[in-house]
Design a protein around this ligand. Structure first.
Ligand code: CTP
Ligand code: MG
Length: 224
C-alpha cells in the first residue's frame, strides 16, 4: 500500500481575521502548515506529501518550507475558492504519483497526534474510508430565537476531524463527480457510496479557526 498525504492550505482564514492566512502565522518557531507537513513527513508509511496552496501564497509557502529538504515533499498545487475544489486540485496532481491511498488533512490542525494518523492508516487496511472523529460529550439543544427548544440526543453523534483517509482512485472519482462545496471529504465520499469507518481522534487535533484557537495553539507551542 503506498500512501500519500494531501495537506489543504489554500483557505484565507476569514473567521480568524489575521493579516496573513492562519496556516502561515508563526507558532513559536514554525507555522501550522509546516507543523502539519512535518507530522506526515515523519511517518514511514507515508511516501509522499503534497500541499495545496493559494496562488497568492507561493512566497509564504517557500518561506515556511525552507530547509524541508526531502524528496517526500512534492511541489505545491494551486487550490480553488472552496475546500472541495482545493482537494480536487490536490488529488488530480497526485495522479502521476498513483498512491493506493490518500490521507487528506487540514493544514489548520497542526497538533494531531501521530497515533491518530496511524489509526487512520491502519483502518485503511480494512475500510475504503476512515475518519478521525470524537464522540460528542455535551448535551445538545435545538435553539429558536435564542431560547432552548428541545434537546437532541448525542448518542451516535461524532465531531469530524482530519486526517480522513481513502482509497485514492475512489476518492478522486467521488470528488470529480462532486459539484458542491462540502464541509469535509467524508461528505463527498458518502455521496459516492463509500463506507467510512470512524476512529478515535484527539482534542489536540482541533482546527485553528478563531482567536481563541490561536491563543491555544500559541500556548501549546510555548514550551517547545
Ligand atoms: N482550505 C483550502 N481551500 C479553500 C478553503 C479551505 O485548502 N478554498 C483549507 C484551509 O486552508 C484549512 C482547511 O481547508 O487548512 C479547513 O478550512 P477552514 O478551517 O475553513 O480554513 P479557512 O477556509 O482558511 O478559514 P475560514 O473558513 O475562516 O475563511
Ligand atoms: Mg473555510
Amino acid at each position: 500500500m503506498t500512501i500519500a498525504a494531501l495537506i489543504v492550505a489554500a483557505g484565507r482564514g476569514t473567521r480568524l481575521g489575521a493579516d496573513v492566512p492562519k496556516q502561515y502565522i508563526p507558532l513559536n518557531g514554525a507555522c501550522a502548515l509546516r507543523r502539519s507537513v512535518e507530522l506526515f513527513l515523519e511517518i514511514p508509511d507515508v511516501s509522499q506529501v503534497a500541499c495545496v496552496i493559494h496562488q497568492d501564497d507561493q512566497a509564504r509557502y517557500e518561506h515556511a518550507m525552507s530547509e524541508a529538504m526531502t524528496e517526500k515533499l512534492l511541489h505545491p498545487v494551486q487550490g480553488g475558492d472552496t475546500r472541495a475544489k482545493s482537494v480536487l486540485a490536490g488529488l488530480t496532481a497526485l495522479e502521476r504519483a498513483m498512491p493506493s491511498s490518500v490521507l487528506i488533512h487540514d493544514a489548520a490542525r497542526p497538533f494531531m497526534p501521530v497515533e491518530v494518523i496511524e489509526r487512520v492508516i491502519s483502518g485503511l487496511k480494512e475500510h475504503d474510508g476512515v475518519c478521525a472523529a470524537l464522540p460528542v460529550v455535551d448535551a445538545l439543544w435545538m435553539e429558536r430565537s435564542g431560547m432552548a427548544e428541545h434537546s437532541v440526543s448525542r448518542e451516535e453523534l461524532w465531531r469530524a476531524q482530519t486526517p480522513q483517509g481513502f482509497r485514492y482512485d475512489a476518492i478522486l472519482a467521488a470528488h470529480s463527480r462532486n459539484h458542491e462545496d462540502s464541509a469535509d471529504d467524508v461528505v463527498v465520499a458518502r455521496r459516492a457510496g463509500i463506507a467510512v469507518k470512524l476512529v478515535q481522534g484527539d482534542e489536540n487535533g482541533f482546527k485553528i479557526t478563531t482567536q481563541e484557537d490561536l491563543a491555544r495553539a500559541l500556548h501549546l507551542t510555548a514550551s517547545t
